[in-house]
Design a protein around this ligand. Structure first.
Ligand SMILES: Cc1ncc(COP(=O)(O)O)c(C=O)c1O
Length: 396
């Protein structure tokens, strides 16, 4: 096992494709020179279709949380009424950031594992609609749940047309279809270590005209994260401060790979890997954590069964080169998560199922050898439309 690199199946950072790794090792350049300007231009142009926007995007050297903080401090003022719709740990985080900066935050706390219900949002906005901003999570990495953003923004646009819609899509955009402009989102945040197959270090923040205008009157103090400075500097092919150039190289290469693959194919690959992950885990006898009607396409969470010694099970997985993520917050020790975003192939998911199957059988649990790998394979072929569900069922 030592000869192989681990199959890093956590929901970011993802493993890096070989050319992305090489890109990160390149010599530094003058970040005020033409090469950097050209690279920044390629990155911004390459990302816009994944955000589904023609808006300006700021690329800030920070982790995803920095991107969330930038979103909050640029459009809000202390005392602003804000509605945080939280479906997990990251929904809690952005609400907390808004509170830290003095916003008056009301929360809708959705049971973890469930998606936000447009009807519950409607009921809240019928009660009070004068929110300055509404905070949504596109893909909740802590629970493996994907919100249907279009359904939520439709309710907001109907009942609170002036509210700014801020979306955490750190683990969504680039891997899962997103239509910022069509859905009417105002600020959307993602991070380099997720769909973009790069090291952590860059947060990408897209803002609508309404959001850029709101930044002119918002009064929360900001300096490094003042997105107006980033936007002005980007217009000159630069960043206001010294950028994480090595990560820029990687994101540039990541986007080149994604462009070569094709946007629809990138989405189809994520859908297939997600389907394979769910089917494989179910075949192993695990119970999935998320409401399957809203299962994430980038991370799958499963319950740790009461009668499974997770620590020794996970030690065996790691010994065999499979790295999974545990639970976060109140889910520590209760669930485990398998990431399938960015640099991920169905082969890697089948490999993960192979290891999980060996460890599960080794732990004395009743699984027919090959069952998880086969179920994952069938699900990925169905997802790709290579076999139809009925034909696959008949053959299984
Ligand atoms: C949905 C979501 N939001 C925010 C973050 C925070 O990003 P970072 O850890 O890069 O600060 C993450 C990272 O896992 C995430 O998945």
């Amino acid at each position: 096992v030592d000869r192989f690199e681990p199959n890093l199946r956590i929901p970011g950072p993802t493993g890096l494709p070989p050319t992305v790794r090489e890109a990160g090792a390149r010599q530094m350049i003058n970040h005020r020179g033409p090469e950097f300007a050209a690279m920044l231009g390629r990155i911004l142009d390459g990302m816009r279709p994944y955000f589904g926007t023609t808006n300006d995007i700021a690329v800030v050297s920070a982790s995803g949380t920095g991107g969330l903080e930038a979103a909050v401090v640029n459009v809000l003022s202390p005392g602003d009424r804000v509605l945080g719709v939280s479906i997990g740990s990251f929904g809690d985080r952005i609400a907390k950031i808004a509170r830290v900066y003095g916003a008056d935050v009301t929360k809708i706390d959705v049971e973890w594992g469930q998606a936000a219900d447009p009807a519950a949002l409607r009921a809240e906005l019928e009660r009070f609609a004068d929110y300055k901003a509404i905070l949504l999570t596109h893909n909740e990495t802590s629970t493996g749940v994907m919100n249907t953003i279009a359904d939520l923004t439709a309710v907001i646009r109907e009942l609170a047309p002036d509210a700014l819609i801020v979306v955490d899509s750190v683990s969504g955009v680039g891997a899962i279809p997103f239509q910022m402009d069509a859905w009417g989102a105002d600020v959307v945040v993602t991070g380099s270590q997720k769909a973009w197959m790069s090291a952590p270090g860059l947060a990408m923040i897209a803002a609508s005209d309404r959001a850029w205008a709101a930044m002119e009157t918002a009064t929360i103090p900001r300096y490094y994260f003042d997105l107006r400075a980033h936007r002005e500097s980007h217009a000159l092919g630069q960043t206001p401060f010294t950028p994480a150039i090595g990560v820029f190289y990687q994101v540039d290469e990541g986007i080149r790979l994604m462009t070569a693959e094709g946007q629809d194919n990138v989405y189809a690959r994520h859908a297939a890997c997600a389907a394979a992950s769910r089917a494989g885990l179910l075949a192993l006898g695990f119970e999935l954590f998320a409401d399957q009607a809203h299962a994430s396409r980038t991370v799958t969470a499963a319950h740790v069964p009461d009668d499974l010694d997770w620590k020794s099970f996970n030690t065996e997985l790691k010994r065999r080169g499979l790295v999974l993520a545990g639970g976060q917050g109140k889910l520590i020790g209760k669930i485990f998560r398998l990431g399938h975003l960015g640099s991920v192939t169905t082969e890697e998911i089948l490999g993960a199922m192979n290891v999980l199957e060996i460890a599960t059988i080794g732990a004395g649990r009743s699984v027919r050898p090959g069952a998880a790998v086969a179920a994952a394979q069938v699900a990925s072929l169905e997802s790709y439309g290579i076999v139809t569900p009925t034909a696959a069922g008949a053959g299984a």
